[in-house]
Design a binder for this molecule. Structure first.
Ligand SMILES: Cc1c2[nH]c(c1CCC(=O)O)Cc1[nH]c(c(CCC(=O)O)c1C)Cc1[nH]c(c(CCC(=O)O)c1C)Cc1[nH]c(c(C)c1CCC(=O)O)C2
Length: 326
């Protein structure tokens, strides 16, 4: 069991360190602080997994794209929409630029060995499609029309961006495994915006390429894929990408997924983060229904999306107790 965004703004000890760092990119690139924040939820709750504290947008940042997180606005990037923008990105320096993040991985790995040796360290990256959405759009959003429009209008250019991201993401994930990450997760938060033909081209295909390339170098590191809002395409994603675990979003019926996804592929998910905000009987009922649906299958208890800032930390503690004791 672990929870997406288990380190974050709902924890007072996170907010204290966030204030100390000043801005979010500084927090992600200061190993001492990022390692501390990664370990905070482990100390509080004893999760089975510690997810590296970083962000999927640190790959565009490492490629040289301007990135900042504006207060109350989310991420702002200098948009990449033409070949000049693409040419300005430098995939060769990726491992050097992410050196502080790899140092965080080493520190967390040592910290867990000392404090919580049974907790697995999970590294991650965004999947190329979701990262491209932010890179082309230049900001967060709901429909990423500029990015999806570019994929139709200029598939050559969009394809070059995607190939660059496949290469950079592969290098980045392998470097995390070499620094001590014991499992790797690929977040494709906006996969569900695509119609099936585009989903196969921009989600399944690039994800398979990354999984194949990472496996060649790190055959034993488990890989979790999260194609959010994939809907009916979830089983196809599970079977064709080669991931060992598929993460279900909040909208997925876990009983359907248990029947539709082959048993050799583990499932992860998918409690509604708002049930954790509510707590009490509602949280307990949802958690028990999920556990019952997953009985008898390899399963990693998690949420269907990240914990949100209004979550009371004691509701997370109650959830951990419930999942542990059944
Ligand atoms: C799309 C996406 C992003 N980042 C991420 C995704 C994929 C998962 C998802 O769909 O949520 C992934 C992510 N972001 C963060 C982590 C760290 C590990 C963890 O899960 O605890 C992980 C794995 C920290 C973060 N990433 C961010 C914060 C908040 C920063 C702050 O402290 O102000 C944290 C803790 C900022 C961020 N990062 C991103 C946005 C849109 C924002 C701003 C809005 C928001 O806060 O959700 C991009």
């Amino acid at each position: 069991m672990w929870l997406m965004r288990q380190a974050g703004r709902y924890l007072p000890e996170y907010r204290a360190i966030r204030a100390e760092a000043g801005d979010f990119v500084t927090l992600c690139t200061t190993p001492e602080l990022a390692a501390e924040v990664t370990l905070q939820p482990i100390r509080r709750y004893g999760m089975d997994g510690a997810i590296l504290f970083s962000d999927i947008l640190m790959v565009p940042w490492a490629l040289g794209q301007g990135l900042r997180f504006a207060e109350g606005e989310g991420p702002i990037l200098d948009p990449v929409r033409d070949s000049a923008g693409l040419a300005a990105l430098n995939p060769r320096q990726i491992v050097a630029r992410v050196a502080p993040i790899l140092e965080t991985v080493r520190r967390v790995s040592a910290g867990l060995a000392a404090e919580s040796p049974r907790t697995a360290l999970i590294g991650f990256a965004g999947s190329p499609f979701t990262v491209a959405c932010y890179m082309v759009e230049g900001r967060g959003g709901r429909d990423f029309a500029a990015a999806r429009g570019l994929a139709y209008a200029d598939p050559m250019l969009f394809g070059r961006l995607m190939r660059l991201l496949v290469e950079a993401t592969t290098e980045y994930l392998c470097a995390q495994a070499e620094a001590g990450a014991e499992a790797l997760m690929l977040f494709d938060s906006w996969a569900g915006l695509l119609p099936p033909s585009q989903f196969r081209r921009w989600v399944i295909e690039p994800t398979s390429q990354i999984v194949r390339a990472v496996r060649r170098r790190h055959p034993l590191v488990p890989i979790i894929g999260f194609p959010r809002l994939a809907g009916a395409l979830l089983p196809e994603y599970a079977q064709r990408t080669g991931v060992g675990t598929v993460a279900m979003d909040t909208a997925t019926d876990p009983r359907w997924a248990a029947a539709a996804v082959p048993r050799e592929i583990a499932l992860q998910g998918n409690l509604d983060p708002l049930a954790v905000v509510a707590g009490g009987a509602a949280l307990e009922a949802e958690a028990r229904t999920l556990l019952a649906a997953m009985r008898g299958r390899p399963f990693i208890f998690n949420l269907g999306h990240g914990l949100v800032p209004p979550t009371p930390p004691e509701h997370v503690a109650a959830l951990v107790r419930l999942v542990r004791t059944g």
